[in-house]
Design a protein around this ligand. Structure first.
Ligand SMILES: C[S@@+](CC[C@H](N)C(=O)[O-])C[C@H]1O[C@@H](n2cnc3c(N)ncnc32)[C@H](O)[C@@H]1O
Length: 208
């Protein structure tokens, strides 16, 4: 994971500098939310722990719900070899995400796994035309419409689907999902972040 993580961090530091110059961080996205990117080192640490504890399935689809410039999609694909999908509502961010993924493929940082970015609303059924919602094993959500996504997982995903909720809130609950772990991610200068791992419960003969 390490050499690819360093290359990704260096790539997105350049993207950040460019975007700061263009002022994208000061604008709301078309869905009315500010674009705040995840810290790649912290997310890599959290996903690594989820993998070690057997919760992260690296062989089946990962989806960053609200993928912005594609950095978490790139992380999942480059550092963990997970087939990955990003869904982003904002047109400009979705095309930035596609451009970043294309560049990272050309640089050999993202290698053989399938990776794509869709422009659309991750709460809507018709967004999942090329990849079925039910085929996504892991959803990642940072400061986007996490409650709508959690409800959709509860209603439509198979038992065992993982919902990774990255937040500065050390407590979180979603109806129908069971919290299995909370990983504290401390960066030296900022407030801690928490990565909560929730699972859709398997249906048993008692719950049917
Ligand atoms: C805080 S940013 C997180 C970006 C990225 N996931 C990361 O961790 O670096 C949240 C993003 O989610 C997008 N978003 C929010 N609700 C959405 C929805 N229902 N469908 C698609 N994108 C959404 C916003 O446009 C914004 O780019």
């Amino acid at each position: 994971m390490e050499p690819y993580l360093e290359q990704l961090v260096s790539y997105f530091t350049k993207v950040d500098n460019q975007e700061k110059r263009e002022g994208i961080y000061n604008h709301l996205t078309t869905i009315g939310q500010p674009f705040v990117p995840s810290n790649l080192r912290l997310v890599a640490k959290g996903l690594h722990e989820l993998k070690l504890s057997g919760l992260l399935d690296c062989s089946r689809f990962f989806c960053d719900a609200g993928s912005a410039d594609g950095r978490v999609v790139a992380l999942a694909a480059a550092c963990f070899g997970i087939p990955s999908l990003g869904i982003e509502y904002d047109n400009h961010l979705a095309s930035m995400g596609r451009e970043n993924i294309g560049q990272l493929k050309a640089m050999g940082i993202i290698r053989t796994v399938p990776v794509s970015i869709l422009q659309g609303n991750f709460c809507k059924d018709d967004t999942y035309r090329s990849i079925r919602f039910q085929d996504i094993a892991t959803f990642y959500c940072f400061e986007s419409n996490c409650y709508c996504l959690a409800n959709k997982i509860t209603d439509q995903s198979p038992g065992g689907t993982l919902f990774v909720y990255y937040t500065q809130n050390n407590n979180a609950h979603f109806k129908g999902l069971q919290r299995l772990t909370t990983i504290t991610l401390q960066s030296p200068f900022n407030k801690a972040y928490f990565m909560h791992g929730f699972k859709k419960l398997e249906l048993t003969s008692r719950t049917i």
